[in-house]
Design a protein around this ligand. Structure first.
Ligand code: ADP
Ligand code: MG
Length: 327
């Protein structure tokens, strides 16, 4: 549905994007994740036809964003970083105004539907200037829905919202998904794992990783690690667990009181937790703890954006601090 190929954008001497490529399938919610200045808004502005890339190309539903910009505009809804909301208009009047500008068919019905979908229908007659930041953002989402576009491009949709509004907005975005393809940008790391099916990590104008939030974690650790606390003879426990199919390595760290911590690395994708617990209990040993360990997106991001050659970091084991379990 969306194909971005080798995009470059320079603002005068400033290189904002260099060789950005990614794709999004129909129905996918793709998260563009990166710190401020990474190039997220620039990428989105190119996709919406706001300005052309310096080089490279992008297609939406097969239409080139530069060559066929009218076809593209008909198919996308855009929530810009700073939504230009006319503060002295009512929500309905603003929606009607945008619908006219977009030349939306069956304007009245479409405005009603979009306000309903973005849950601002009960605010239709309120002056925008009197709305909370959260509601203004929803009005921004509502206007992006006008014309019922196949693709939504949402630039930092949760920026500046309070925690409750953030939760509501994320839920709203998920419900707006379905058949629609959504690209949203964020610098909030947990957001992509909560909302997105795919994540494109971008830093200083380059894509440093593309994957599912879960697979990214696995790619970096190279394996799924399970940490156990058992009451068992260390050497024998180590030997037993190494014998389990799917286990790559097991290392015992003896603790006080006859306990031993066992760090087990499994082959990527192999979930060996049940086999581990069965083996331990089967020996009559005590199983006090069993916990899957993986990198949080924060750790991933740090690794991907701080290493000289990020591919090197794929081969390194998980740092000891990374214990957050990714849902
Ligand atoms: P993000 O949305 O990820 O924060 P942007 O796409 O807004 O990043 O910006 C990428 C880089 O391009 C930044 O270094 C920013 O300072 C620069 N930039 C963005 N817009 C302009 C502009 N109109 N003129 C000059 N530099 C710009
Ligand atoms: Mg931005």
């Amino acid at each position: 549905m969306i194909e971005v190929e080798n995009l470059t954008k320079t603002y005068g001497p400033k290189v904002a994007l260099q060789g950005v490529s990614f794709t999004a399938e129909r129905g996918e919610i793709l998260g563009l994740l990166g710190p401020n200045g990474a190039g997220k808004s620039t990428t989105m502005r190119i996709l919406t036809g706001y300005f052309p890339p310096t080089s490279g190309s992008a297609r939406i539903a097969g239409y080139d964003v530069v060559e066929d910009s009218l076809e593209v505009r008909r198919r996308i809804g855009y929530l810009p970083e700073n939504v230009p909301l006319y503060t002295d208009m009512t929500v309905r009047a603003y929606m009607d105004f945008v619908a006219r500008a977009k030349q939306v068919q069956q304007r009245q019905d479409n405005v009603d539907w979009a306000m309903d979908a973005a849950r601002v229908d009960h605010m239709a007659d309120t002056i925008i200037g009197r709305l909370s930041k959260g509601y203004r953002q929803r009005v921004g989402l509502a206007q992006s829905l006008l014309g019922d576009p196949e693709v939504l491009i949402l630039d930092e949709p949760t920026a500046g919202l309070d925690p409750n509004q953030i939760i509501e907005t994320r839920q709203l975005i998920k419900t707006l998904g379905g058949d629609r393809t959504i690209i949203l940008s964020t610098h909030i790391l947990p957001e992509v794992s909560m909302v997105c099916s795919k994540v494109v990590i971008i830093n200083r104008g380059t894509v440093v990783a593309v994957d599912t939030p879960h697979a990214l974690t696995r790619q970096l650790t190279g394996a799924d690690r399970v940490s156990l606390l058992v009451r068992a003879p260390a050497a024998e426990a180590e030997r037993r667990l190494r014998g389990i199919a799917g286990v790559v390595e097991a290392v015992a760290h003896p603790q006080t009181g006859g306990l031993v911590q066992l760090d087990v690395d499994a082959e990527p994708g192999a979930d060996v937790r049940e086999q581990l617990s069965a083996a331990i209990v089967g020996q009559g040993w005590g199983l006090l703890e069993l916990r899957a360990q993986s990198l949080s997106l924060e750790d991933i991001f740090l690794q991907l954006t701080t290493s000289e050659d990020h591919l090197d970091s794929y081969a390194q084991p998980a740092p000891a601090v990374a214990e957050e379990v990714l849902a």
